[in-house]
Design a protein around this ligand. Structure first.
Ligand code: SME
Length: 164
C-alpha cells in the first residue's frame, strides 16, 4: 500500500489505529511477566502498525552503570549500543523524565546519528509500577516532523499499561 493510502495519515485515523494496537498489545502481553518478551512484543507490534516507524525500540537503564542506557529489544537498522543520560534525544528523555518530540534531529544538540536516514524522533520514558525509570522507548522516522502529541499520548499510555 502506498504511504498515502495508509489509514494513519489523518490525525483521527492515527488515534484510532493506536487504540486498536493498544488493545492488541494488552491481549498479547496478558499473563507474560518476562520483560524482554514484553518489550520485544511492544516493539514488533508498533513497528508493524505505523509505516513511518523506521527504528522502534527500547534503551534500558543499565543496572550496572547508573546514568547509562543500553540498547534493548528493537525493530530496525543497527542501533547504537550505549547512550549516556543527557546525550542526544534518548539521553534527554532519560535525564528529564519527559517525552521528547524532535521534528528535525539534525537540529537537536548532541543528537546521536545511529542511522543517517533518521530525520525525526520521539522518545518516551518508561517506568515500572514503582514509578522508577527502567528504559526509554525510541521511535525514529525517515520523514521530518513525523511525530506529534497524538503519538506522545498514545505511546505514553501503551508503555504505562505495559510496564507500569
Ligand atoms: N537518535 C537517538 C539515538 C538512538 S537511535 O537513533 C536508534 C538519540 O539521539 O537519542
Amino acid at each position: 500500500m502506498s504511504a498515502a493510502g495508509r489509514t494513519q495519515d489523518r490525525p483521527a485515523d492515527k488515534a484510532a489505529r493506536y487504540a486498536e494496537i493498544a488493545e492488541e498489545i494488552a491481549a498479547v502481553l496478558d499473563g507474560e511477566p518476562n520483560l524482554v518478551a514484553r518489550m520485544s512484543t511492544v516493539s514488533a507490534l508498533l513497528a508493524d502498525a505505523f509505516e513511518p516507524f523506521f527504528w522502534t525500540g527500547f534503551y534500558l537503564v543499565d543496572p550496572d552503570k547508573p546514568r547509562e542506557l543500553v540498547v534493548g529489544p528493537y525493530q530496525g537498522t543497527l542501533g547504537c549500543l550505549r547512550i549516556a543520560f543527557g546525550r542526544g534525544v534518548c539521553g534527554a528523555a532519560a535525564e528529564t523524565g519527559r517525552t521528547q518530540i524532535v521534528a528535525d534531529v539534525h537540529a537537536f544538540p548532541g543528537h546521536i546519528a545511529c542511522d543517517s536516514r533518521s530525520n525525526s524522533e520521539i522518545v518516551v520514558p518508561v517506568r515500572d509500577a514503582a514509578g522508577e525509570l527502567i528504559a526509554v522507548f525510541d521511535v525514529d522516522s525517515t520523514a521530518f516532523g513525523a511525530f506529534d502529541q497524538t503519538d506522545a499520548l498514545w505511546l505514553e499510555r501503551i508503555l504505562q499499561a505495559s510496564f507500569g
